[in-house]
Design a protein around this ligand. Sequence first.
Ligand code: ZN
Length: 273
Amino acid sequence: MYVLRSIPLMLVLFLVRHALANPWAEVSAPSNGLSRAIGETSAGCQSGAITLPSEGKGYVVMHLERHRYFGQPELIEAIQTLGERAAHGIGLLHVGDLALPRGGPMPSGHRSHQTGLDADIWFDLSPSLHARTDKLRSNVQAPSLLSSATKELDYRLWSDRHVQLLKAAARLPAVDRIFVNAQIKRELCDTVGRDRAWLRKIRPWYHHDDHFHLRLACPSDSPACVRQEAVPEGDGCDASLDWWLHQQPAKPAHPAAPTPVLPVACREVLEEE
Ligand SMILES: [Zn+2]
């Protein structure tokens, strides 16, 4: 009886899943042609994406099962450059999501990351079990740098290596901005000395206590890439940071699935064989 009743339910679940399937997540390979970021980071796609190799000098790619390790050549280069820098005394980079093979909206986890110009990098820099096999890099969560009790920076975890890494990332010319938790931004504001121009690119944002988010500027050869509003002048250690520290509204735990309107050019990217 149970089996008979469960069959229609499974069929219904299958149909619902199919109806909700995100076509961008169904495509397994990048499109051919020139590498281009198209549209906005939260409403766009990418053509001619490059695959980030799952391991390289100073880095490993996490949760390969998500198939989100594709980006524009500038992004791949930025990550590999940071990996090389990390290999000299910083630690091992654990690289999280970049974009789907042709970008576009992801079925879960991010609103941005759609144009191949965004990447998440964990704050965990320890060469760990994760480095050993692909399987051990799946279904694992990045550890937070905040104390779960106080929601402030846990100084047993935070180190100068994080400062060095964020500084190296912010100084990459291709990097437009970097999102971190406001507690991390505050720590940098309080401790970085005279050489602090790079702090401008470090922006407070929701969460980002277990990873930072690297966002590149639109590459000059991607005319359909939509530029984000410029980062304000100054180091950002000001009232805007106070707002994040004291007044930011709580972000909904499960934001509604976004339904961005993508540029028409993205349809061609998606439909290319
Ligand atoms: Zn991100």
